[in-house]
Design a protein around this ligand. Structure first.
Ligand SMILES: *[C@@H]1O[C@H](CO)[C@@H](O)[C@H](O)[C@H]1NC(C)=O
Ligand SMILES: [Zn+2]
Length: 380
């Protein structure tokens, strides 16, 4: 009896450390705004024709003086057909990032999101990362980004893990602990037609697990914004527009425009799950025809009454409180708190993680003592 109690107690202590296992989702108990089962059902039980088609154009990696030109050229001063400013989301990693430009993007009303401090290789680093590692890479990056770009801490809601490499439960657990709303890393190949809508991780996900390990624990309050893969010209899936094996010729603007539109139509003429154009900006900078094709596609969306270029977090907010497109068009536009930047050009700054290596850092905060890095995100 006594021994049993001791063993039970030990078992309870061990079990406490583990997160509860996610059970199959129950539509009766899992309800909006805070819970949604993974499914292809349109939120709010809407018909596709009444559903706003959200378009997520997202850019990965650091912001620099080359890609900011692309962003200024094709993204600034756009309005959707409801006359609200268009949104775009940037998944930014720290190394060589220019925080003065991040401040500028934020003040355009765009969304600033996380893509880790180190963005290091190999992929197995992310695959095996503990909650602690994820916290140093992303949790600390919230503080780093808000400090050097001088943007509100609360304006950072989302993340994408480098190389789209999931790390099982650990990144999602870190999100719950750090108040992050959504992750936009988990790609789907099979759930694109009809497509899976964003969902929470309180219950087991039914999404295909392409880059293992996927989470299996129950983690309430955290949203998965699935990355819907495209199909290339040979029907091969590709998560990022710049890694489709067979794409139109890089000088063929019309071909690229058609390529984008045909992938868009899979969602627009389907169940209207958020369509993604996911790309690294360098691809546009070196391929002007692709940039022009994207520019034309953005014009097309801006002229559709039922499609909207939005920040990624806006999709989660809509899913939490879904309304038909005619009602959505009447809603007030999103607002944000504008900030200023007292630009500092810092350098050379010594790196502590690399021997004999100096960095320069452009930011909106006083110059750091050393180059900010893992375990010292502010470089104090
Ligand atoms: C995630 O958590 C569940 C529940 O505690 C556990 O069974 C599973 O092994 C964990 N996955 C990983 C990759 O650690
Ligand atoms: Zn990246």
């Amino acid at each position: 009896m006594k021994w049993c109690a001791v063993i039970c107690l030990l078992f309870a202590l061990v079990a406490c450390d583990d997160l509860p296992y996610a059970e199959p989702c129950n539509e009766q108990t899992c309800q909006l705004p805070d819970c949604r089962c993974s499914s292809t059902v349109i939120p709010g039980g809407l018909e596709a024709r009444d559903t706003p088609q959200f378009v997520l154009v997202t850019f990965d990696d650091n912001i620099n003086h080359v890609n900011i030109e692309t962003y200024r050229d094709i993204l600034y001063n756009r309005r959707n057909s409801d006359n609200c400013p268009s949104g775009f989301t940037f998944y930014i990693n720290h190394e060589y990032n220019n925080y003065v430009f991040v401040n500028e993007l934020y003040n355009q009303g765009f969304e600033i999101a996380l893509h880790s401090i180190t963005h290091q290789e190999p992929m197995s680093y992310w695959e095996e990362a503990s909650v602690e590692t994820m916290t140093r890479e992303f949790g600390d990056q919230i503080l780093q980004m808000s400090h050097f770009a001088n943007i509100p801490y609360d304006s950072i809601d989302g993340m994408r893990i480098p190389f789209l490499q999931l790390g099982g439960n650990s990144s999602y657990q870190m999100m719950a602990e750090n108040g992050l709303l959504y992750d936009h890393t988990w790609l789907t190949i099979t759930n694109i037609e009809p497509a899976i809508w964003p969902y929470t991780l309180e219950h087991a996900s039914t999404q295909d697990c392409v880059i293992e390990p996927c989470p299996t624990a129950s983690i309430p309050g955290v949203w998965v914004l699935p990355m819907l893969t495209w199909r290339d010209l040979n029907d091969i899936p590709c998560p990022m527009v710049d890694n489709c094996p067979t794409a139109p010729d890089l000088t063929d603007e019309e071909g690229w425009f058609q390529f984008i539109v045909s992938n868009f139509e899979r969602q627009y003429l389907g169940n209207r799950a958020p369509f993604g154009f996911y790309i690294h900006a360098w691809y546009l900078s070196v391929n002007p025809a692709v940039e022009r094709a994207l520019d034309r596609f953005l014009d097309l969306i801006n002229n559709l009454n039922d499609a909207f270029l939005v920040n990624s977090r806006d999709v989660i907010e809509w899913v939490q409180n879904p309304v038909p497109v005619n009602e959505y068009r009447q809603q007030p536009c999103n607002t944000f708190v504008p900030t200023t930047c007292a630009a500092q050009s810092c350098g050379p700054i010594q790196a502590e993680h690399k021997e004999d290596y100096d960095y320069w850092l452009q930011g909106c905060a006083p110059c750091p003592r050393v180059y900010p890095w893992l375990n010292n995100p502010l470089g104090v």
